[in-house]
Design a protein around this ligand. Structure first.
Ligand code: PDD
Length: 288
């Protein structure tokens, strides 16, 4: 649990960290967010996260709450005050507080909140055993590329996975293709050894971990194919994996009732996990 939270210019004890009942994030999910991994006290790919935050803010026409330099200072302070060496920071911007009305308020100032939590980003048990996923219909709106706080379909999907003992739910579009997980990107490695992930179009969130792994793979001379893949192709894959800021790279060893490969984390997925871990330990592209 985070001890100190940042709420609109103030650092507050977590229990006192509240926003107004008429905050538009609360009433309309009118906001966006970022989750940034912290490794050895350093934010992994802070620059890519800020770039994506701006992309979301622009798409929603929300004014940035402060400059990037100021945001970086606050993030550093939240990490420091919570003494997080490994974990993540949660940053949320909403359009602000105003009397409830669907149209944008004229005078509202954006709300900014941040929390930080300790967490082991590469859980040894999950790395050793891999995880299972279920498949569910992708019932989200048409712009999951915007990192909006409207996450009800994602929460329902994750709960569905949890109830059957699975770690994640992979969402499937109307064409039968897997778009992404509820809070992670989806990847497969086919029998030819091709590493495949959905293209970063409007149907998925372009994960910063996804971007980082593609960067690290390209640097290492490894190819990534960005194209949609079907449930059938995923179930026939040699290996599968997921990526996110809170998990880095995790092998997927089961999709619904289908065991992937021999049911153990695959060699290439493990290699890519190690490649990403080294990339993240170096801070990501910001510092490489
Ligand atoms: N979720 N796809 C979705 C729908 C996500 O919510 C996330 C991240 C990702 C992976 O993005 P990244 O690599 O930038 O973390 C893909 C975060 C971790 C969350 O909501 O907690």
């Amino acid at each position: 649990m985070s001890h100190i939270a940042y709420v609109n210019v103030r650092y507050l004890p977590h229990r006192d960290a509240v926003v107004h009942v008429e905050d538009r994030g609360y009433q309309f999910a009118d906001g966006c967010y970022e989750v940034v991994a912290i490794k050895d006290g350093i934010l992994v790919d802070e620059g890519l996260h800020l770039r994506r935050l701006h992309r979301s803010l622009d798409a929603l026409e929300i004014v940035p709450p402060m400059s990037d330099a100021a945001l970086k200072t606050v993030m550093g302070e939240v990490i420091r005050r919570n003494a997080v060496g490994e974990g993540f920071i949660y940053l949320q911007v909403t359009r602000g507080t105003a009397a409830r009305d669907f149209a944008f308020p004229k005078a509202a100032r954006p709300s900014l909140v941040m929390t930080a939590r300790r967490r082991t980003l590469s859980d040894p048990r999950l790395l050793a055993e891999g995880v299972s996923v279920i498949t569910i219909p992708d019932i989200r709106w048409a712009r999951p590329d915007i990192k909006s706080i409207a996450l009800l379909p994602n929460a329902l999907g994750k709960e569905q996975a949890k109830r059957v003992g699975a770690y994640e739910a992979w969402q499937v579009d109307r064409d039968g293709n897997i778009t992404e997980g509820t809070s992670s990107n989806a990847w497969i490695i086919n029998a030819d050894g091709d590493v495949i992930t959905h293209p970063a179009d409007h149907a998925i969130l372009d994960g910063v971990t996804r971007q980082g792994l593609i960067h690290a793979m390209t640097e290492a001379g490894l190819k990534v194919i960005e194209r949609p893949f079907s449930i059938a192709e995923a179930k026939a894959a040699r290996e599968a994996m997921l990526t996110s800021s809170t998990n880095f790279v995790l092998s997927v060893v089961r999709i619904d009732d289908t065991v992937i490969g021999n049911g153990q984390p695959g060699h290439l997925a493990e290699k890519l996990g190690a490649l990403y871990a080294a990339y993240a330990a170096a801070g990501g592209q910001d510092r490489s």
